[in-house]
Write a protein that binds this ligand. Structure first.
Ligand code: NDP
Ligand code: GDR
Length: 326
C-alpha cells in the first residue's frame, strides 16, 4: 500500500486530495497542528465522510524538528505540501508569519526530506498569484513572475526553492502552479465562497446585502476536485517538473456573483454593495491560465464548468443554513 503524507490536510485541497488518494488505495497520513478547538479540526474531512480513514499526526510547518521526526518515522512515498497561510488579504496584515509558513515552511519540508527521506516524491503548492502584475495576457510555465503581495512573494520563494532542491540534490520535487480553485469546502473568506454564502443568507432572509471589494478583478476559477488530481498526476511522472493548472476560462468577480445569484433566482445588482475596506493595497487584476503542458504531459483537463460549480456551492450553503436552523 502506498503512503501519502499531506500537510494542510484540514484545508480545502487537503480534504479533496485525501479523498482522491483513499480512492486510489493509499494510506493517507495528514499532518495537523495543535489547536485549542480540537473538536473543530477535520470539519472538511468529516464533510467528505473520510475523517476516520486518515492517520492524523501532529506537526507544524514552522517546526523543523517535527517534520524531521515525521519523515523519519513514516517514510511516505509521496509528500504533498499544501499547508500555508493562504489568504492573500491577510498576508499584508501578517507578512512575517506568511513568510515563515508559506515561504520558509516549504523549505523546512524540503530539508526534512533531504535529511531523512530523499527518495520521497514531493509536491509543492505553488500559485498563479506568483504571476501577479501579469507580464502576458495568458500565463503558462514560461511567463515571468511578478508577485503583488507578501503571500505571492513567499510562494515564489518556496517555488524556486523547490526547483533548487530538484536541481541541487536530485529530489523528485514538482510544483503545481495552480490557478484559483473552489468548492463548497472553500474557506468563507475567499470571494467565491463569500458570495455563495451571502447568496444563501439573502435567499433565506438572513441578510439583505452582500459587500464586495474589487468586482472587476478577473480569475480563472476551477473546481478543487479536478485540481487535486493534477497534483497526484505530477508525482506519477518519471521526471519531476512544474505545471500550470487552469481551466483557460476567465471571468470577473461580478460575473461569478451574477451566476451565483441567478442560480438562487435573484438579481445580483439588487444586493451587491461596494465596500472600500475590502480593496487590497495592491491588486492582481487579471489571471488567465494556459494548461496545455499539463494536458499534453499529464493528460489532465478540468471537467467541472464554472456555472455548475457556482450552483453546487450555492446549494451547499443554503443546505448548511437550513441544517443550522434545524
Ligand atoms: P486552505 O487555506 O484551505 O488550507 C491551508 C492549510 O494549511 C490548513 O490545513 C491549515 O491548517 C494549514 N496550515 C496553516 N499554517 C500551518 C502551519 N504553520 N503548519 C501546518 N499547517 C498549517 O488552503 P487550500 O486548501 O485552498 O490551498 C492549499 C494550498 O494550495 C495552499 O498552500 C495554498 O496557498 C495553495 N494554493 C491554493 C489555491 C486555491 O485556489 N485554493 C491556488 C493555488 C495555490 P489549519 O486548519 O490548522 O488552519
Ligand atoms: P485570491 O482569492 O486572492 O485570488 O487567492 P480571493 O478569492 O481572496 O480573491 C479573488 C479576487 O476577488 C477580489 N475580491 C474579493 N476577495 C475577497 N476575498 N473578498 C471580497 O469581498 C472581495 N471582493 C473582491 C479580490 O480583490 C481578488 O482580486 C486565492 C487563494 O486561494 C490563494 O491561496 C491562491 O494562491 C490563489 O487564489 C490562486
Amino acid at each position: 500500500m502506498k503512503k501519502a503524507f499531506i500537510t494542510g490536510v484540514t484545508g480545502q485541497d487537503g480534504a479533496y486530495l485525501s479523498k482522491f488518494l483513499l480512492g486510489k488505495g493509499y494510506h493517507v497520513i495528514g499532518m495537523i497542528r495543535r489547536s485549542a478547538s480540537s473538536d473543530m479540526i477535520g470539519e472538511r474531512l468529516r464533510w467528505l465522510g473520510i475523517l476516520g480513514q486518515i492517520e492524523l499526526v501532529d506537526g507544524d510547518l514552522i517546526d523543523l524538528s517535527s517534520l524531521i521526526r515525521l519523515m523519519g518515522t513514516h517514510k511516505p512515498d509521496e509528500v504533498y505540501n499544501l499547508a500555508a497561510q493562504s489568504f492573500v488579504a491577510t498576508s499584508w496584515q501578517q507578512p512575517l508569519l506568511t513568510g515563515e509558513v508559506t515561504g520558509l515552511g516549504a523549505v523546512n519540508m524540503l530539508e526534512a526530506l533531504r535529511l531523512m527521506h530523499p527518495s520521497a516524491r514531493f509536491y509543492q503548492a505553488s500559485s498563479s498569484e506568483m504571476f501577479g502584475n501579469i507580464r502576458a495576457p495568458v500565463q503558462n510555465e514560461t511567463t515571468p513572475f511578478y508577485p503583488r503581495s507578501p503571500y505571492a512573494a513567499a510562494k515564489l520563494y518556496a517555488h524556486w526553492m523547490t526547483v533548487n532542491y530538484r536541481e541541487s540534490f536530485g529530489l523528485h520535487a514538482s510544483s503545481g502552479i495552480l490557478f484559483n480553485h473552489e468548492s463548497p469546502l472553500r474557506g468563507v473568506e475567499f470571494v467565491t465562497r463569500h458570495i455563495t454564502d451571502g447568496v444563501a443568507q439573502i435567499k433565506l432572509g438572513l441578510a439583505s446585502e452582500l459587500k464586495l471589494g474589487n468586482v472587476h478583478a478577473t480569475r480563472d476559477w476551477g473546481h478543487a476536485r479536478d485540481y487535486v488530481q493534477a497534483m497526484w498526476l505530477m508525482l506519477q511522472q518519471d521526471v519531476p517538473d512544474d505545471y500550470v493548472i487552469a481551466t483557460g476560462r476567465t471571468v470577473s468577480v461580478q460575473d461569478f456573483a451574477g451566476m451565483a445569484f441567478a442560480h438562487a433566482g435573484l438579481n445580483a445588482a439588487d444586493f451587491i454593495r461596494l465596500d472600500p475596506a475590502r480593496l487590497r493595497p495592491a491588486e492582481v487584476d487579471a489571471l488567465h491560465g494556459d494548461a496545455a503542458k499539463a494536458a499534453e504531459k499529464l493528460g489532465w483537463r478540468a471537467h467541472v464548468a464554472l456555472e455548475a460549480m457556482a450552483a453546487e456551492m450555492v446549494d451547499a450553503d443554503i443546505a448548511r443554513y437550513q441544517r443550522k436552523a434545524g
